[in-house]
Design a protein around this ligand. Structure first.
Ligand code: PMT
Length: 396
C-alpha cells in the first residue's frame, strides 16, 4: 500500500509552462490511490486546459472564486475543507509572493489562506526570477510559515536559459509528497547505507561483479530519508539516480566501499549494509587488457575486507543492519550470518527473487526472533524495515 492511498489532495496550478507536468502528476497521484481535486488560476488555464485535468482527475476543475456550482457558494472554504494536503504545482513567482503576503484575490490563493491542512509548493520559474531577492524573501517567509517547498531543480528552462528554477518532474513530486506523509521515525538520526554491486577489476576492461541493481539499497536510502534521517548512500556501480536530498558517494570495488564507509562511520547512528559486496578480488589486477591464449588460465583471488563485520566490531558501533541473500536454507544461513557478524538485525531474502527485481520478500531476524515481510515493492519493504529499525534503536 502506498503512503498516499486514500489521501485527499487538492492540486493547485498557477500560471507557468511547467503546468503540463501537473497533468502527469495528477495521473501519478491517482495511480497511487490518492483522490485528486484540481483548482487552477486564470493564468494556469492559458497553459493547459481544465478539460485535461478534469479527465485525468475524474473531477470537476474549479478556477472561479464566484463559482455558483459549489454548495454554499463559498468555493474557497468548501474546497479547502477535508483535504489532507494542498499541493501547488507549478507555483509561479507571483503565486509565491501572494502566498507569502496572504493575498487572496482568486480562488486558489483564497483557499490556501482558508486552509486547515498542510501546504506544499513546487516553485517553477526562470532562474533570475528564482534568484531575485524578493522571491528568496518570499520563500524564506513561506518556510517560516510552515509551508513545504518542493524543489526547484536546476536544468534547461523553457526560455532557453539554464539554471535553478525548473519545477521538479512529476515522479519526483510524487515521491516528495509521499515523503511528506511519512512519520519521521528517524528524525535527527544519521544513517549510512551501502547499496549495489561491487566491481573487482581483473584487467583494464574486465572484472568480477554480480547482478545487484541497487534497487533495494536505494529504496532503503529513500525510506530512511523520508523518515527524517540524514542519509549517506555509498553506492557501487548502478544505473539508478540517487533519491533527492541525500549524500551519494560513488565507489566501484569492495575496498573503495570499505574506505568510503570507514571515513564516515564514526558519525553514523545506524549502518545498513544492503550492498552485494564481492567476498574476493583478483590478487593482481592487470594494467593492460589480457590477451587470449590457448593455455588454461587461473585467476588467483584474495579476500576483501568485511565492511559490515568491521563496522559491527567497532568499540562505538552504530546500530548495524545486515542483509543476506541465499539460494537455499535461507533462514538457517541468515540467522547464522547474523550471529557471525554480530549484528542486532539482519534482513534475509532469496537471491533468485531479490537480485534485480522490483518486488522482494524479507524475513527479519533479531534477538526477538523472526518477522516476515510479505512480497511487496522494495520501497514498501524498505519503509517497513525502517519502522522495525526505529523500534529497536536504543531510546536516549
Ligand atoms: O540490488 P538489488 O538488485 O535490489 O538486490 C538486492 C540484494 C539482493 C543485493 C539485497 O537485498 C541483499 O540481499 N544484499 C546482501 C547480499 C549478500 O548476500 O550479502 P552477503 O551474504 O555476501 O553479505 C552479508 C552482509 O554483509 C551484507 O549486509 C553485505 O552488505 C555485508 N558484506 C558482505 C561482504 C563484505 N565483504 N562486506 C560486507 O559488508
Amino acid at each position: 500500500m502506498t503512503t498516499i492511498k486514500g489521501k485527499r489532495i487538492l492540486l493547485g496550478l498557477s500560471g507557468g509552462i511547467a503546468a503540463y507536468k501537473a497533468a502527469e502528476l495528477t495521473r501519478l497521484l491517482k495511480q497511487a490511490g490518492a483522490e485528486v481535486r484540481v483548482v487552477m488560476t486564470a493564468a494556469a488555464c492559458r497553459f493547459i486546459t481544465p478539460v485535461t485535468l478534469q479527465a485525468l482527475s475524474g473531477k470537476q476543475v474549479h478556477s472561479d472564486l464566484w463559482d455558483a456550482s459549489v454548495p454554499s457558494n463559498m468555493a474557497h472554504i468548501e474546497l479547502s475543507r477535508g483535504c489532507d494536503a494542498i499541493v501547488i504545482a507549478p507555483a509561479s513567482a507571483d503565486f509565491l509572493a501572494k502566498l507569502a503576503q496572504g493575498l487572496c484575490d482568486d480562488l486558489l490563493s483564497a483557499l490556501c489562506l482558508a486552509r486547515e491542512c498542510p501546504l506544499l509548493v513546487a516553485p517553477a520559474m526562470n532562474l533570475q526570477m528564482w534568484a531575485n531577492p524578493a522571491t528568496q524573501r518570499n520563500v524564506k517567509q513561506l518556510h517560516a510559515d510552515g509551508v513545504a517547498i518542493l524543489g526547484p531543480a536546476s536544468g534547461d528552462q523553457a526560455c532557453g536559459e539554464v539554471g535553478m528554477g525548473r519545477m521538479l518532474e512529476a515522479q519526483e513530486l510524487l515521491e516528495e509528497i509521499e515523503a511528506f506523509f511519512q512519520p519521521k521515525l528517524l528524525a535527527g538520526k544519521r544513517v549510512l547505507i551501502t547499496a549495489g554491486p561491487t566491481f573487482e577489476p581483473i584487467d583494464t576492461v574486465r572484472g568480477i561483479t554480480n547482478t545487484s541493481s541497487g534497487k533495494m539499497g536505494y529504496a532503503v536510502a529513500r525510506a530512511a530519508r523520508d523518515a527524517g534521517a540524514t542519509v549517506t548512500l555509498v553506492s557501487g556501480p548502478t544505473a539508478l539516480a540517487a533519491p533527492r536530498g541525500l549524500e551519494r558517494v560513488d565507489v566501484s570495488s569492495a575496498q573503495e566501499m570499505y574506505d568510503a564507509v570507514m571515513v564516515r562511520v564514526a558519525k553514523a547512528d545506524v549502518f545498513i549494509g544492503v550492498a552485494a559486496v564481492a567476498d574476493y578480488r583478483p590478487k593482481k589486477a592487470m594494467r593492460h587488457k589480457l590477451k587470449k591464449g590457448t593455455d588454461e588460465m587461473t585467476l588467483e583471488l584474495q579476500p576483501n575486507p568485511d565492511i559490515l563485520g568491521t563496522v559491527a566490531a567497532r568499540r562505538k558501533a552504530p546500530f548495524c543492519v545486515g542483509f543476506a541473500a541465499e539460494t537455499e536454507n535461507l533462514e538457517a544461513f541468515a540467522e547464522a550470518k547474523r550471529r557471525r557478524k554480530k549484528v542486532p538485525l539482519l534482513a534475509a531474502n532469496l537471491a533468485q527473487h531479490a537480485f534485480g527485481a522490483d518486488d522482494n520478500q524479507l524475513i527479519l531476524f533479531d534477538d526477538q526472533g523472526r518477522h516476515e515481510l510479505p512480497r511487496a515493492p522494495k520501497i514498501e519493504l524498505a519503509r517497513a524495515l525502517v519502522g522495525h529499525i526505529a523500534r529497536l534503536l536504543p531510546k536516549k
